[in-house]
Design a protein around this ligand. Structure first.
Ligand code: NZQ
Ligand code: ZN
Length: 392
């Protein structure tokens, strides 16, 4: 067991009608003007944006708005947001959307409160000295950005997708109404469930030092998400299933499932970020497409964890050897992915990287991570290339 710090400063307001409380929540922040930041239009079509504006107006809160955040959000819009906020005297950012909108809001927040080019943070050539406060109204259970300290931004030029983690960006509040997620396309619901599982698995598969209590929480969370992902596949409007998944999304990425685990593995995420940068794939689907190959590649180096996962999470019957049990667990997870129409390789994801592109993906992943990733097994550039190849 490793020492750890657990810091979750975000106030969570959860349940039906929660979005209408946003005016009160923002007003309590004592700000002068708010930027309402949102994506490509789902919040307009659903009427949520109008509800948010009405709630702010009812409390006398002034606002400006900036929409247009795309999945795998772009640095160019972040620059635009920083400029707009400076011109308008904005001192609080309200992200209404999913991980992409929240991450874009965090980047704008950094850009306003940290001198210099905000992209330098994502290149890890400097650290943030401040971040303008952020609140969120979540519309998709997936990335967990509503409680996380992470932000992932893509520089369009060269397709470079990079993460920057800093507690300065943890949102002040997260409004979570499961009903808001009912307008999601089935594909996005499944991508979200996959990402939630992955945030927990990344912390579960480590080379040692795990805590029993953390494992129990993680295993319960994963079983709950898989069960409710299947319910949502068949009944997308099931409120209770939406609620289970939404809360799991926050808990899977606010640090709870990593306490005592020394940071986790994160190799699958690092491998996916390169796919997202180069091919603009949906994050959850990209994770599902590489996970099985990663798992087979590292399994022997982390066998007790894979065996435990197979028995306690996937519920398989023990095999004749620990390896056989572990492999059954990996296959069961891939069966689950297929059952919710998630890909288990890049072909199913709809991309076909050339050998040169595979080499570039591995080179960029290594360059972005100081040359190595992983805890279950430490992976160098050649290992990354081998996993991408296995996942074709
Ligand atoms: O843009 P709109 O029109 O809103 O459509 C979005 C988008 O097309 C749509 N959507 C969201 N809520 C909806 C809805 N459509 C209908 N009804 C609703 N209620 O869903 C699509 C995906 O949205 P996005 O925000 O991209 O999804 P997600 O939350 O999965 O975020 C993905 C991004 O987060 C990053 C990923 O890399 C990716 O860039 N991540 C952020 C993390 C963090 N900050 O902690 C951790 C994650 O590991 C992840 O890397
Ligand atoms: Zn993720």
């Amino acid at each position: 067991m490793f020492n750890f710090e657990y810091y979750t400063p975000t106030r969570v307001v959860f349940g039906k009608g929660a979005a209408d409380k946003v005016g009160q929540l923002v007003k309590a922040q004592n700000c002068k003007k708010v930027l309402i930041h949102y994506g490509g239009g789902s919040v307009k079509r659903s009427g949520l944006l109008d509800r948010i504006k009405a709630s702010l107006s009812a409390e006398g809160v002034q606002y400006v708005e900036l929409g247009g955040v795309v999945p795998n959000p772009h640095i160019s819009l972040v620059y635009k947001g920083i400029e707009l906020c400076r011109q308008e005297g904005v001192d609080f950012i309200l992200a209404v959307g999913g991980g992409s909108v929240i991450d874009s809001a965090k980047a704008i927040g950094y850009g306003l409160a940290t001198p210099g080019d905000v992209w330098d943070l994502y290149e890890h050539v400097k650290t943030a000295t401040g971040c303008m406060p952020i609140g969120t109204v979540l519309t998709i259970a997936a990335a967990g950005s509503e409680m996380s300290n992470s932000s992932v931004i893509t520089k369009e030029e060269g397709g470079v997708k990079r993460a920057y983690d800093d507690d300065l960006s943890r949102p002040r509040f997260a409004v979570m109404d499961p009903e808001l997620t009912m307008t999601l396309p089935d594909y996005q619901t499944a991508c979200g469930c996959t990402d939630i599982l992955m945030h927990t698995m990344e912390r579960y598969f480590t080379s040692g030092g795990n805590m029993e209590i953390t494992d129990s929480i993680a295993e319960g969370l994963m079983r709950t998400v898989m069960k409710n992902a299947v319910i949502l596949r068949d009944e997308p409007k099931n409120y209770d299933a939406r609620a289970e998944v939404m809360w799991a999304g926050s808990l899977s990425h606010n640090g709870l499932t990593g306490c005592g685990n020394n940071g986790g593995d994160w190799a699958t995420h690092m491998l996916e970020h390169e796919l997202g940068g180069m091919f603009d794939v949906a994050h959850g689907a990209g994770l599902a497409a590489v996970w099985g190959s990663w798992a087979r590649y590292v399994m022997k180096d982390c066998l007790p964890r894979f065996e435990k996962f197979a028995l306690n999470v996937m519920g398989v019957e023990p095999g004749e050897t620990p390896e056989a049990t572990a492999l059954k667990g990996i296959e069961a997870m891939e069966d689950f992915y297929r059952s919710i129409k998630m890909p288990t390789n890049m072909k199913e994801l709809g991309i076909a990287p050339t050998p040169e592109q595979v080499a570039t993906l591995a080179r960029m992943c290594a360059a972005a991570t100081g040359g190595q990733i992983g805890s279950a097994k430490v992976l160098k550039e050649a290992d990354m290339a081998a996993i991408y190849k296995m996942a074709l």
